[in-house]
Design a binder for this molecule. Sequence first.
Ligand SMILES: Nc1ncnc2c1ncn2[C@@H]1O[C@H](COP(=O)(O)OP(=O)(O)OP(=O)(O)O)[C@@H](O)[C@H]1O
Ligand SMILES: [Mg+2]
Length: 308
Amino acid sequence: MPPYLQVIGVSKSYGNVRALEKVSLSVNRGEIVSLLGPNGAGKTTLLKIIVGVLAPDEGEVLIDSRDVWASLDVKAKIGYLPQENILYKNLNAYENLLFYALLYGLSRREAKSRISELIVKLGMKEYAKRLVRTYSGGMKKRLSIAATIIHEPELLVLDEPTTGLDPHVRREIWSLIREQRGKGRAILLATHYMEEAEELSDRVYIIDKGKVIAHGTPEELKKKYGDETVVELEVKNPSEKLREALAKYSSRIVVDENVYRIYVREYEEILPKLVEEAIRVGAKPVSTRLREPTLEDVFIKLTGRRLE
Ligand SMILES: Nc1ncnc2c1ncn2[C@@H]1O[C@H](COP(=O)(O)OP(=O)(O)OP(=O)(O)O)[C@@H](O)[C@H]1O
Ligand SMILES: [Mg+2]
């Protein structure tokens, strides 16, 4: 089966600003894919093209193998959470959801049962009858996501779903998104938080200045572009002899009193050997610690800049 969402060679300019340059990507059913990039990278532009609110200059977007512009049936399969607010602040949660449900063509009856289900499931029961203007940021985001999934779309397109939320609420939103993946939805989200891309997504496309500069699973990206893993080996008796023994496994070793920082590529195989060497030369190992590279390291390596 072809991927549920296919973006093929999409380019877009605003006047002489080249916002996207031949971007291609795909998202399968049951998969969370992140578009990770700094401010102005072109994430929102790409999502708008995918959901069919903005036309590309070239390239195409296929949803379930059909062009997104083909018919309204195709658009009905999409749930889009824009970066900006979509809620009516002088209505309550129930009324906001009813508005979106009717907009998506649910009957009043279907709408009512779906709304009650979502209000309970998303833990909005206590405040469902309050006006949205009295909500916290987290409550608004939860309600916006409810509005985005009210018509049970097959494809979710989420633009920065957790920006500005505290870590606790962010995790709640993540678990909501994972639940949607569990239902087999195809999910594409834009983010500039590397933890979000790293922890939440199955695959990541790193985008910078309108171009996809790398893609893969977070693990693949870190293996390919991240710095080596750092093994921190702490010993009781440091010695020059130990450093020489460790040098067989890595060309980069930094000694800091009792701690040897050893930069390695395949730590799984090397780690026990490092400990064995320490025992063999009588250095008495006390502890080992691993510091893994992050997607931020990958971004820095690719662009020479930090993500933020
Ligand atoms: N309507 C517009 N008219 C002119 N230029 C635009 C318009 N929308 C976006 N741009 C420009 O296109 C580029 C990409 O913007 P876009 O909003 O897609 O980036 P983004 O990755 O979503 O950024 P952010 O992380 O800040 O949301 C930027 O240079 C931006 O200034
Ligand atoms: Mg944006």
